[in-house]
Write a protein that binds this ligand. Structure first.
Ligand code: MRU
Length: 343
């Protein structure tokens, strides 16, 4: 069973239209379905990570712009101001800006365009899953970081989609899941989704990743991405860079799986990627329980940038891009829109 993470919620029973979502903060304790009916709520849902994961916030943001049009049918200035607020809710995942901009620029109605983005993501995820599965071993241990499954994408997942597709094809994988401090997307969401999909998995502390590579004979690492530069430098959840360094030390291939919409073709390298810094409170407490002095100084970047030279392959809906990324990534910009490709 795949949980739909975001959806358009039409006006009904006296309620206005809105954007529906599963509140990812409540998982695994509860599957809480909510609905944002105001632009403030759209922005807050993204900023608080109730909806998170680069493709999912792209789709949610796109539906948010459709909601803005419903709220301001005759006021273009208010519509555009609302769209700009949604676009700025989080800075690192380029999918959010991409989704908002695409709806704003579309000839189709905002809602039709948002629905098209969502439909395309489902098809894109299936393709990423198939290409990524081909990189997975016939059997053995693989490691992942953060959460890249259906909750994070609105489809079937990217890196986790590749693991699911490999499992479905009969590959016997065991997944080691980094807990992913500070917000525990790995512990809360990835272990939940892998259990739902029947894929054997073991949760590890982030600090155990290198030791696990050695002790458990990890043969591949696969993660998602929030923004990829033209040279392959990849922003992803904080801790990914350390995993890539550990994988390089152990001679383990480190793969990134992400849709083309996660590539920022305007960026030459990762130095230009804005890294979101989040509140000190996220590090001074775990699940609401204080774990550090109130006044402890905190540095809390939500993402880091893994240099392209540490990445063995970048899986998109078009296949596996290989180094030199300076050549293979710009080539992806020239491909026709995925939905238009002959199958
Ligand atoms: O802060 P988050 O939870 O939105 O960060 C998510 C990640 O870093 C994911 O790995 C990335 O968005 C890819 S989701 C398919």
């Amino acid at each position: 069973m795949v949980l739909e993470s975001v959806w358009w919620a039409p006006a009904e029973d006296g309620r206005p239209a809105g954007v529906g979502y599963v509140d990812q903060r409540a998982i695994p304790h509860e599957i809480r379905r909510e609905r944002a009916e105001r632009i403030d709520e759209i922005v807050e849902t993204i900023a608080t990570l109730a909806v998170r994961g680069a493709p999912a916030i792209g789709i949610f943001g796109a539906y948010g712009v459709a909601l803005a049009r419903e709220l301001h049918p005759d006021d273009d200035a208010a519509y555009r101001t609302a769209a700009a607020r949604i676009r700025g809710a989080r800075p690192t995942a380029v999918n959010l800006a991409w989704g908002v901009d695409r709806v704003l620029a579309a000839d189709a109605s905002p809602l039709d365009e948002a629905r098209a983005i969502h439909d395309e993501q489902r098809a894109v995820d299936r393709a990423i899953g198939e290409h990524g599965a081909s990189l997975m071993p016939e059997r053995g241990a693989v490691l992942t970081h953060c959460n890249t499954g259906p909750l994070a994408t609105g489809g079937s997942g990217t890196a986790l989609g590749a693991i699911f597709a490999a499992h479905a094809a009969g590959k016997r994988l065991h997944v080691y899941v980094d807990e992913t401090r500070p917000l525990l997307q790995g512990a809360r969401l990835t272990t939940f989704e892998l259990a739902q999909g029947g894929v054997p998995a073991t949760l590890i502390a982030d600090g155990a990743a290198a030791a696990t590579m050695r002790a458990k004979n990890v043969v591949a690492v696969i993660v998602g991405a929030d923004r990829i530069a033209r040279n392959g430098d990849t922003a992803n959840k904080i801790g990914t860079y350390a995993v890539a360094i550990a994988a390089a030390h152990h001679g383990i291939p480190f793969y990134v799986a992400a849709p083309r919409s996660t590539i920022d073709f305007d960026l030459r390298d990762g130095n230009g990627i804005e890294i979101e810094e989040r509140s000190a409170g996220e590090l001074r407490a775990v699940a609401g329980v204080r774990t550090a002095p109130d006044d402890a100084a905190v540095y809390n970047p939500a993402f880091d940038v893994t240099p392209g030279r540490l990445i063995a392959g970048i899986v998109t809906e078009y296949g596996v891009a290989r180094p030199p990324y300076d050549e293979s990534i710009p080539d992806l910009a020239t491909r026709p829109a995925f939905g238009l490709l002959p199958r």
